[in-house]
Ligand binder design. Sequence first.
Ligand code: GLY
Length: 340
Amino acid sequence: MIKNCCMISTWKMSLLGMKRAAPLLKRNVPVHEAILMAVKTVEDDPAISSVGYGGLPNLNGEVELDAAYMNGDTLGFGGVMSVKNIKNPIEVAFDLSHYQRNCLLSDIGATRYAQSKGFAFQNMLSPESKKRYDQTDKMRDSEMLEAYKEHDTVCVIGMDHRRSMACGVSTSGLFLKMPGRVGDSPIIGSGLYADSEVGCAAATGVGEDIMKGCLSFSIVEKMRNGMDPQTACETALQQHLQRFCDAITAAEASPSLQWTAMEMQELPLHYPLSRSLSPIKTFPPSFMLLPTSVEKSPSFSRIRVGLTAIAATNQSVKPSRGTFLLYLLFFSFFCSIFLS
Ligand code: GLY
């Protein structure tokens, strides 16, 4: 019987990967297999222009990739930064997560390691990403580096039937970034964090902003202190914005959080296997406030300046007051229908 399995990932681009990965969890494979399957599917898709093959080129027109993996049971962490022609950076990151030392490698060191272990290589600049680079005004666009509007990092969080949790992330980083620039994704605690005793979180958006708040660790710590994933995401993002963003942004963003609810197709994927094995569903955020059970509730939160976080917990959480009131409302509604 499937119990307690769940996956959540960022953005519609991970739909195919989630479709491939979810049946693995259903068959009780370890969580890392499902996460690798989901992330690799995104990395391999040339149509996805912010991850893996066909990713966004840097200022020199090269696709430079960051990826990381964290094992929530062991706290093992592995990552690669600024790698150029590794076909699936997430595979190398996962491999490195087994080591106590030398688990985060960059550029040439990561490349040599991947070669020595026989990982696949290919030119990651697709004809489309080259065309995008050639047609861009580099001087102008490199002045205003923002998260790619069609979305950036793929983040996948999972929990298997053993209640083991893990997280994998992969990205090409910002379009026209300076060669060698590293974002939040391969930085433990910023782009991702996983602790099977508590939960997982991962972030997307502009890496420099995310890193200043160690956002993923901050969310997991809030869950450790009893917050449900939704509240932990919202609180961490909001606190971070108020503290770190410039005065205009902070004033604009506080206190209300901005959802991306208007565009259904942009919502992240939420796949609570224990509740519904198929099909994959995208839920509006308001629905996400209702946990699939009080024990686990993958969540998603987004703030206007482009900081986004997903989280899932492995511990019992009390429904938030808002959720409780919503339950009460539904309950009263059904009672009134029943009694009338
Ligand atoms: N969040 C991806 C990056 O900033 O590189």
